[in-house]
Design a protein around this ligand. Structure first.
Ligand code: DX5
Ligand code: ZN
Length: 225
């Protein structure tokens, strides 16, 4: 578990794309700590989503929202600067990306943005050990589904990885993404996560404010708060 403040980040992949700014504004008004922005290039995963122009447009609509960008792309070294220029606050790069991950992370940090590494369900914690030991990252995002699509079932394999990450690098922010709801979010928080990304659960809720509040509270209770 973590003593860090719990953050809830709705994943905008589950927003209505024709009403993206309105849905994102609604999420922020409902008490979200920021927005999780999924970028897929059709290569790293078999889906295509949003580019830097969309992030720029969202930044113009929501100047103060914390924008947490999850790059599921083959070339995060190429795309990270474009998302930073467009207004990202945090950029997360998959450890499995077929490029120089450390250099992509260094670019993000040297731009003064929060940088993080992401691990897929089959990737062990050791894949980020060098980055964490060298303090080249601020955050590790543990995927609790196979990246590519919203609405998948939560995979338990993330829980022991969160425990190991929290034990080895207590200062790291630890986030989770995929199949997160009030119950699974609380289990992740008990295992060490302090940032909960959730798409379908929050955007499909009848009352997003209530859903965010319940998710946050259950996670805080799971952390002994
Ligand atoms: C999946 C994305 C997630 C996705 C989560 O590859 O990275 O952010 O939107 O959606 P849910 O919460 O519906 O699993
Ligand atoms: Zn994501």
């Amino acid at each position: 578990m973590s003593t860090k403040t719990i953050q809830v980040l709705p994943s905008i992949l589950s927003a209505r794309m024709g009403h993206l700014a309105a849905d994102c504004g609604r999420a922020m008004e409902a008490g979200a700590d920021g927005l999780h922005f999924d970028v897929m290039d059709g290569h790293f995963v078999a889906n295509l989503t949003l580019g830097p122009d969309v992030l720029k447009a969202l930044r113009e609509e929501l100047p103060k929202a914390y924008l947490h960008v999850h790059l599921m792309v083959d070339r995060p070294d190429f795309y990270a600067p474009r998302f930073i220029e467009a207004g990202a606050d945090a950029v997360l790069v998959h450890a499995e990306s077929p490029c120089n991950v450390a250099s992509a992370l260094e670019t993000i940090r040297s731009a003064g943005k929060k940088c993080g590494a992401v691990i897929c369900p089959e990737t062990p914690v050791d894949a980020v050990a060098g980055l964490a030991d060298a303090k080249l990252i601020d955050e590790v995002l543990v995927m609790t589904v196979h990246p590519g699509f919203g609405g998948q079932a939560f995979l338990e394999s993330g829980l022991p990885k969160l425990q190991e990450l929290r034990r080895r690098w207590p200062w790291l922010d630890l986030s989770v993404d995929g199949g997160v709801n009030t119950q699974t979010g609380a289990r992740c928080a008990a295992a060490g996560a302090n940032i909960l990304g959730a798409g379908s659960f929050l955007f499909k809720a009848d009352d997003m404010g209530k859903a965010i509040g319940e998710m946050r509270r259950a996670a805080e209770v799971a952390c002994g708060g």
